[in-house]
Design a protein around this ligand. Structure first.
Ligand code: ADP
Length: 271
């Protein structure tokens, strides 16, 4: 059997500018990290804009973007690649990480804490001065092409006690703490993303702030900017605003009857 290597696929480019409204200096810090070959870690609650920031930066820096959602079944070979058997022999297929390394793409590992430690460890040699990816199965060592950047994200509030990154991994990244945008920014984002009018967006943001305060009463996940946009889109399409809030904002957050009741009361008091 013969072995054939380096099956090439095209890496997706971010063609149109993804709208991103910065809360602070994150665009400049990200750009400097890219220029200095530094890996970036984005921390923040789910739906606060981490992925959108990465998409925006890939467009701004003119780099292709490869996104890998992490989960606990993700093996190192899912990142690096594997030999596949064909009728005429075996062929090596680059995984998404190898592809990004070869082509100088931004490689975004979403929810990195979900991945197993033995998978995360393959990133180490890419995040220091070596910038290499050793591929044990082929004996090749791939040097990262210019423009390659590793970006990871996770939600520090979620399963905090169960899952964490090892210090030896954490210290390989420049970390940025993101959070939900300020009320003024969130209002602008909702309007831009959904087309909602000022008063709807304003009411949704005020409601979100009241619901977010329920965190102290046991609400595990508070409403994200993403949920507010989904709710505003329902309203824009003609769904009455209370129903849109129940379906778009409240129900996704909890199954706990008393918490759902408290949140519904807040909706009824707002609209
Ligand atoms: P995360 O990756 O943090 O879970 P996303 O980046 O997917 O969240 O954000 C969810 C949605 O919220 C985005 O698709 C976008 O519509 C909107 N969004 C959040 N923050 C911003 C921002 N600062 N600028 C523009 N859009 C934003």
């Amino acid at each position: 059997m013969t072995a054939e290597f380096l099956h090439k696929r095209s890496v997706p480019e971010v063609k149109a500018e993804p709208f991103y409204l910065p809360s602070g200096n994150e665009v400049d810090i990200f750009a400097q990290c890219h220029a200095q070959n530094l890996a970036v870690m984005l921390k923040g609650p789910t739906g606060c804009g981490k992925t959108r920031l990465v998409e925006h930066m890939a467009w701004r820096l003119g780099r292709p973007l490869i996104t890998i959602p992490c989960h606990d079944d993700l093996a190192a070979s899912d990142l690096i690649g594997r030999f596949l058997i064909r009728h005429d022999g075996t062929q090596w297929y680059d995984g998404p990480l190898t592809q990004a390394v070869r082509e100088g793409a931004i490689c975004y590992l979403d929810e990195i804490v979900e991945a197993r430690q033995d998978t995360i460890v393959v990133l180490h040699a890419l995040t220091d001065h070596r910038r290499i990816l050793p591929i044990d199965k082929t004996g090749e060592t791939v040097k990262a092409a210019t423009g390659f950047q590793l970006v990871v994200s996770y939600n520090p509030g979620y399963q905090r006690m169960l899952k964490d990154l090892k210090p030896s991994t954490r210290q390989r990244f420049v970390a940025m703490d993101l959070d939900f945008p300020s009320a003024r920014h969130e209002l602008t984002i909702i309007r831009e993303e959904s087309g909602a009018d000022y008063s709807t967006a304003h009411a949704l943001v005020s409601l979100a702030h009241r619901i977010r305060a329920l965190k102290d009463r046991g609400l595990a996940e508070v409403p994200s900017t993403r949920l507010l946009i989904a709710t505003a889109l329902l309203v824009e399409k003609g769904i009455p605003i209370r129903e849109a809030c129940y379906a778009g904002l409240i129900s996704p957050l909890s199954d706990d009857e008393s918490l759902v009741g408290a949140m519904r009361d807040l909706v009824d008091a707002t609209f």
